[in-house]
Write a protein that binds this ligand. Structure first.
Ligand code: AMO
Length: 439
């Protein structure tokens, strides 16, 4: 019977003596006198193989990372990982790995530099701890979509080739498109809003977004996966915050349920539903006051007075929320108009119905209600250096576009913070930065 490594304990318990076939890779080889132990690895985990001298299994040519097929009988052994091993009868090498491995797959990832991990991505992913990152990410994406489908949202896929930016700034990658210059989309912003206007009302998208940001920081990628949401008939950003709390609760519950082993490898825990529901919503001005007070009372030398939310303020606010409210999550709302894009809905002359979500010291979401009144949109354009033709796509708003809003969650940043990774690039399969365009 062909089984996964993780099923061996169950077979040993329920059908002792039954021979099993397991397929996987050689993770480690250890010789002790006449006995050889091999740690075999498959997608489910690791399994100790016991090769005794009495069985004639030739492993003299076997190299680390070769793919093998083994047949044996499960047996309890308290010294083996998981307390069980496979006593091998036959072992066949299906694909021999060359002996000059360029990357030490079975090493603790923390001891290998990030650049080496990324240079040898396919090999580094064979390490269970590194693979765990992408198993968790897969659950995040699945749970995000599952929750929204359950709330009657429709999944959309929009073009990543666009004629201009939506998020302000000059952070656009140019692409030659026949005889024109077009750009890689910074976000599906206009399209998701158009889909609300189209009558779909509730949409979401999981897709790459591109930012030509020149800086190299542990929180920025030039290409990231954006988990986007947009919904019609909302009153304020409060409706969106409630929706995001529901999404995050579901994601955390699913990650805890499906990825317990992956979380354990990183010594990580997800917040429980209570932790999410307790997340405070702090108006921007209040958030600055808290950050200033935190900074002044910190053990380190207080930094200069804080006038805007920056990475240091995100950390201070999250420290405060953990201490005072017992939660890893903080929402900041009422951002000033000057810090938000043209499409943001104003709540008065200075503030907007917009918000950010901060999780474990990092911004993971930006969102807000949008301006759905086309005339009001035109009025603010000069302040943003835009002209009517720049937002031509929004003209359809003249034909009955309801109040609406949405947000975007950064998939890699959420993965990074769930697992406690030092750099967001670790949570991107093939990260793109200023220097890295391969593999
Ligand atoms: P914003 O630009 O804040 O908002 O992006 C939303 C979220 O996307 C993630 N993110 C990034 N992750 C990694 N590297 C980057 N360079 C990067 N840039 C952004 C973050 C961030 O919180 N259109 C609006 C969203 C909306 O209002 O619906 C937008 O894109 O987690």
């Amino acid at each position: 019977m062909r089984v996964l490594a993780k099923a061996i304990a169950q077979i040993c318990r329920e059908r002792p003596g039954e021979p099993c076939e397991v397929l996987g890779w050689v993770h480690r080889i250890r010789k002790l006198g006449g006995i050889t132990f091999i740690i075999l690895r498959d997608r489910s985990g690791i399994l100790q193989l016991l090769l005794s001298e009495t069985r004639e299994v030739d492993i003299s040519n076997l190299t680390l990372e070769s793919a093998v097929q083994v047949v044996g009988v499960p047996a309890w052994n308290e010294k083996a990982p998981g307390g069980v091993e496979l006593q091998v009868h036959t072992l066949a090498c299906i694909a021999r790995a060359a002996s000059d491995l360029p990357y030490q797959v079975n090493a603790e990832p923390g001891k290998i530099g990030l650049e080496a991990i990324l240079d040898h991505r396919a090999l580094s992913l064979r390490n269970p701890k590194i693979q765990a990152i992408f198993k968790v990410q897969s659950t995040i994406i699945e749970a995000f979509a599952q929750y929204l489908r359950g709330q009657d949202f429709t999944e959309i896929k929009t073009s990543k080739l666009v004629s201009g930016g939506t998020e302000g700034g000059a952070e656009l990658f140019e692409v030659e498109y026949f005889d024109k210059k077009v750009y890689l989309a910074q976000s599906p912003q206009i399209y998701k809003q158009l889909m609300v206007a189209s009558g779909l009302e509730r949409v979401f998208e999981v897709a790459p977004a591109y930012r030509a940001e020149k800086h190299d920081t542990p929180r920025h990628l030039n290409e990231y996966v954006s988990l986007d949401v947009e919904m019609a008939f909302i009153a304020s950003e409060q409706d969106l915050i409630d929706l995001e709390k529901g999404i995050l609760s579901h994601i955390f519950t699913e990650v805890a349920r499906k990825n317990a082993g992956d979380l354990a490898l990183w010594n990580a825990q997800v917040p429980d539903a209570q932790g999410v529901s307790q997340a405070p919503i702090i108006p921007y001005e209040e958030a600055l006051k808290i950050a200033n007070a935190e900074s002044a009372s910190g053990n380190q030398k207080p930094s200069a007075r804080i006038f805007d939310i920056n990475p240091e303020v995100e950390r201070l606010l999250c420290n405060w929320a953990l201490r005072e409210k017992g939660t890893d999550l903080v929402f900041v709302n009422e951002f000033p108009r000057r810090y938000r894009p043209f499409y943001t809905y104003p709540s008065d002359t200075t503030r907007t119905m917009s918000f950010d979500a901060l999780f474990r010291g990092l911004e993971i979401t930006t969102g807000g209600r949008r301006q759905h009144d086309y005339k009001a949109l035109l009025e603010v354009l000069p302040k943003f250096g835009l002209k009517e033709e720049d937002i031509a796509g929004y003209r359809v708003f003249q034909y009955g576009c309801p109040p609406h809003g949405g947000f975007a969650l950064g998939c890699e940043r959420l993965t990074q913070k769930i697992l406690g990774l030092g750099n967001v690039k670790e949570a991107s399969l093939f990260p793109r930065d200023r220097k890295r365009i391969k593999p």
